[in-house]
Design a binder for this molecule. Structure first.
Ligand SMILES: *Cc1c(COP(=O)(O)O)cnc(C)c1O
Length: 377
């Protein structure tokens, strides 16, 4: 028998050094073992659930799955264009926004190019840059004692731009920190960025924001053709399992991206559900209101127990549990509560906690109290 091929050596140099995205725990296995159900607060899903109209639309689209979906996604694009005040040619649909975040780097950055990312920015950006074979330029986050600890330092990010820079990835609000930047800071930043450097603003959690100083980067699209904004149906719309996301930008940028987009990247049930969800504003509002309320309740409950909770404009909280973090995370698992460890982000003393329904949050706090009881008793 011949020797097994060294596939890593055959891979392109950027891929050779890459580690696959860490999805956290094997949830299917954990669900199977959980006696009384698993409390899943590790993936920032929206357990309030999607609009019943979205589910009905997806069901009826199932009758048509022997056909390819609409490769243009025309109906969804028209609904999005109306909502955001853009033309359909300014919209790019993705199999989740993750796909698009990867493709932007693939299209616009390669060997010899630089891409600027904040140290505690969403992990997918670094993955995208390395997979494209470009150089990752990590900009330090704001210090722990800043008003927005570990948030993007927009000033430092602008300073990190060189003649080699092709892209900058920002998340507003950011995952895993929950931090955000305000309209004035973004305005200063975007005016400093040279016109041939593309700025991607990932707004996966935009719907949850209630800070009055925040504004969507969509407002800057008419004046900055180098700006791209991404959104998703996975979070506030509660459609993570269907995979639908989109980017908004200049029509010329979207046209270049279209060249590498897989023709049928968004499936029929996902297109139908996303459109219906967009139109059901009442459901979205009630979901977002519930999460904001629970965010305050959970944040207060954790702070009252002495843990440091980051300010958040998202559906999750970054919480510092100190040196016992890994132990707490493991013990919570034995109570069938799943959170997201943060060691991969260089934050081993923190866990990221999705704000769930009231009953889920109560279960989490009860499990934490039981651990405390045990360690003191
Ligand atoms: C969840 C998330 C996404 C979106 O994921 P998709 O499901 O692929 O749309 C994008 N960016 C951030 C920061 C996220 O947390």
């Amino acid at each position: 028998m011949s020797q097994v091929v060294d596939f890593n050596a055959l891979a392109k140099s950027g891929i050779q050094r890459l580690r696959a995205y860490d999805p956290g725990h094997d949830l299917v296995a954990l669900r199977r073992e959980a006696v009384d159900g698993l409390t899943e607060l590790g993936s920032n899903e929206n357990s309030h659930g999607p609009s019943p109209k979205a589910i009905a639309a997806a069901r009826s689209a199932l009758d048509e799955v022997f056909r390819y979906p609409d490769p243009l996604g025309g109906d969804l694009k028209r609904a999005l264009a109306k909502k955001h005040g853009v033309t359909t040619s300014q919209i790019l649909l993705g199999n989740g926004s993750h796909e698009l975040l990867m493709q932007f780097a693939q299209v616009f950055a390669g060997s010899g190019d630089e891409v600027v990312v904040s140290r505690h920015g969403f992990a997918v950006y670094a993955l995208a840059v390395q997979a494209a074979g470009a150089k990752l330029v990590l900009s330090e986050s704001l210090p722990p004692d800043a008003a927005m600890p570990l948030g993007h330092d927009l000033d430092a990010m602008a300073n990190a731009i060189t003649a080699r820079t092709k892209l900058v990835y920002l998340a507003n609000p950011n995952n895993p920190t929950g931090t955000w930047f305000d309209a004035d800071a973004f305005d200063v930043f975007i005016k400093r960025v040279p016109a041939n450097v593309i700025v991607i603003v990932d707004e996966a959690y935009a719907e949850y924001v209630d800070a009055p100083e925040w504004r969507s980067a969509i407002d800057w699209l008419p004046t900055h053709s180098n700006l791209i904004v991404t959104r998703t149906f996975s979070k506030a719309h509660a459609l993570a399992g269907l995979r639908a996301g989109y980017a908004l930008g200049h029509a010329n940028a979207m046209a270049v991206m279209e060249r590498v987009r897989e023709s049928f990247n968004v499936n029929g049930p996902a297109l139908a559900a996303a459109e219906a969800s967009l139109l059901d504003e009442k459901h979205l509002k009630s979901n977002v209101d519930a999460t904001r309320r629970e965010r305050d309740v959970l944040s207060a409950a954790l702070s009252a127990r002495g843990w440091k909770v980051w300010p958040s404009q998202t559906n999750f909280l970054l919480v510092e549990f100190g040196p016992e973090t890994a132990n707490i995370e493991q013990q919570l698992l034995s109570h069938d509560v799943v959170l997201r460890p943060m060691a991969g982000y260089g934050l081993p003393h923190c866990l990221r906690i999705t704000v769930g329904r009231a009953d889920e949050n109560v279960r989490l706090v009860a499990a934490l109290d039981a651990l405390k009881e045990k360690s003191h008793g």
